[in-house]
Design a protein around this ligand. Structure first.
Ligand SMILES: [Mg+2]
Length: 363
């Protein structure tokens, strides 16, 4: 059995092609990426990464680089569940979420990539293999754009091949938000689906009013209307009905997803492997959703998530926004007629240009 011979961690700060705003995060001009590369005793390697807002990568890189490297080095590379649990349990006191979950994600993805590279199989087949064709939508981040740029961005997404487009909410007044949604609905062809993401902009009462006003626009879902911590609030809003709800990008553990789903707080569970501890817990969330009769959607990192959704029979939508990370990849994912197709290359198939990334080293 191959053992883990080497693990290296690198931190990058990558500028965004254009500054983007979402309600909770504010205006973003760059993001941090923590990349982990693992080589086994037979010389096979795997690569994983997680992405964070600017300035948040250093603590995650530190956790991966020392304690997690020590936890996995010399161990059986195939026992991913055991390695994951070892890292999680070993850091539960300062963890059970937060930076530990992000660091776990980078290592876990590298372990899965290593395993599928060694077996010569694409990740989506190794994870179960359902359907390589996954419905994708444009997760545009555009709260800071005036209406004309907002609509231009949606047009570009449609030209790129999307049939579903998301926009951001959380302007200073609800009236302004609704006017932007109306402008978008009138701008897009009738057969283009719309989603909206409030990124935690509202209190429960404000969200109730917003949902009543959003109802005529037939959104596929309204995302994160309120704080991710307010599970009772989500259950209340969902019971009130009107607009399906999506949430999950800010949940960092399987237990948090269990609580939200068990409370009846979500129509579209939306895990992000880069924030919830990697592929290992993401697939558990996907199965948890399936067991509750719910679909699963992903958040960000579409080049990785396409494999996970292609392995899940309840997959609904792949979110497409990678902060421009595509420009550092040899063969980034593409979308055609609203669908992305998981590649048949071994592993996750992402081939980073490490020389090009080198110019952005440090965070
Ligand atoms: Mg979101």
């Amino acid at each position: 059995m191959p053992t883990i011979a080497e693990m290296r961690t690198d931190l990058y700060r990558l500028p965004l092609p254009v500054p983007m705003e979402a309600s909770a995060a504010g205006v973003m001009t760059a993001f941090d990426m923590v990349a982990v590369r693992i080589t086994d005793s037979e010389g096979t390697s795997g690569c994983g990464y997680t992405v964070l807002h600017e300035g948040q990568g250093a603590s995650v890189a530190a956790i991966a680089d020392l304690p997690f490297r020590e936890a996995v080095t010399g161990e059986d590379a195939d026992r991913i569940e055991w390695l994951w649990r070892r890292m999680y349990r070993g850091h539960h006191y300062a963890g059970r979420g937060g930076p530990v979950s992000f660091a776990l994600a980078a290592v876990d993805v590298a372990l899965w990539d290593l395993k599928s590279n060694r077996l010569g199989q694409p990740l989506w087949r190794l994870l179960g293999g359902y359907d390589p064709k996954v419905k994708a939508y444009a997760g545009n981040i555009d709260l800071n754009f005036p209406v004309d740029r907002l609509l231009e961005g949606a047009s570009r997404s449609v030209e790129q091949g999307f049939r579903s487009v998301k926009m951001r909410l959380g302007r200073p007044t609800l009236a302004e938000d609704i006017a932007r949604v109306q402008a978008m609905r009138e701008h897009l062809a009738d057969d283009i689906e719309m989603m909206a993401d409030a990124n935690e902009a509202w209190r429960v009462d404000e969200a109730m009013r917003a949902m009543a006003m959003l109802k005529p626009f037939d959104l596929v879902w309204l995302e994160e209307p309120i704080s991710p911590d307010n599970i009772a609030g989500y259950a209340h809003l969902r019971a009130a009905g009107g607009v399906p709800l999506a949430a999950g990008e800010n949940l960092h553990t399987l237990a948090e997803f269990t609580a939200l789903i068990a409370a009846g707080g979500v129509d579209f569970p939306e895990p992000d492997l880069t924030t919830c501890g990697g592929i290992t817990p993401f697939m558990k969330v996907a199965r948890l959703a399936e067991a509750h009769g719910l679909p699963v959607i992903s958040h960000g990192a579409h080049d990785l998530h396409v494999h996970l959704l292609a392995a899940a029979p309840n997959a609904a939508y792949l979110e497409w926004h990678a902060f421009g990370l595509d420009r550092f990849m040899a063969e980034p994912l593409t979308v055609t007629d609203g669908f992305a197709t998981a590649p048949e290359r071994p592993g996750h198939g992402i081939d980073f240009d490490w020389d090009k990334l080198e110019a952005h080293k440090g965070g």
